[in-house]
Design a binder for this molecule. Structure first.
Ligand SMILES: [Zn+2]
Length: 198
């Protein structure tokens, strides 16, 4: 892969000028392929005559991906107080400082994990309907990126649960995994994930 530098010259077909034109690489705002919005601060080659972006080199792809991925979604539910406490207790178990931001990472991690694990999905379904899952009244709001949001939606389809039920099931799985019957292997894995997020 050729890596381009700001100011470097090239050639390309400009759709505006309808011809092969000399181009210069610079930092621009580029239109998203979907047409929805622009990504600023991307290296691209523009037409020397009219300024239109003519080509975007491969090296700019991660920045564009990043911009697409930081489009935040939020997953919200009203849960019983004891389930919120479970989440904080589980996050606090790792002794990595303030448990609140770790809480979100923990739930995101389990969403990713469960989506590809049938046994986990079964447990989540079972837990979501247990007596311990009953109740509501306290708001939980999780900020997630596109990738995690898609996995969450997929889990909703797989389980036929409501958003609230699914979150309850996930939190009760966390309860079992981390607080009630901790598995050394899972805890070690999580320690690393949470450390990176802390
Ligand atoms: Zn042009």
């Amino acid at each position: 892969m050729k890596i381009f530098r700001v100011g470097e010259k090239s050639k390309g077909v400009c759709e505006n000028c309808k011809s092969v034109v000399p181009t210069t690489f610079s930092i621009c705002s580029v239109q998203l392929p979907s047409g929805k919005g622009k990504v600023p601060d991307v290296l691209a080659a523009s037409c020397d005559y009219c300024g239109r972006v003519v080509s975007i080199p491969q090296q700019s792809a991660p920045r564009i991906k990043e911009a697409l991925n930081t489009k935040k979604h939020s997953i919200e539910a009203r849960l019983p107080r004891h389930l919120l406490d479970v989440l904080l207790l589980a996050s606090d178990k790792f002794d990595l400082g303030n448990p609140e931001p770790l809480r979100d990472t923990l739930v995101r991690y389990y969403i990713g994990l469960a989506e590809s694990d049938k046994e986990m999905v079964k447990k989540i379904k079972k837990f979501s309907k247990s007596d311990f899952a009953k109740g509501s009244g306290f708001r939980l709001s999780l900020k997630v990126n596109e990738a995690i949001f898609e996995r969450f939606e997929h889990l909703l389809e797989m389980t036929n649960l409501s958003k609230t039920q699914l979150l309850k099931g996930i939190i009760l799985l966390i309860n079992e995994d981390i607080l009630q019957k901790p598995l050394k292997k899972r805890l070690n894995e999580l320690q690393k994930v949470l450390l990176a997020a802390a």
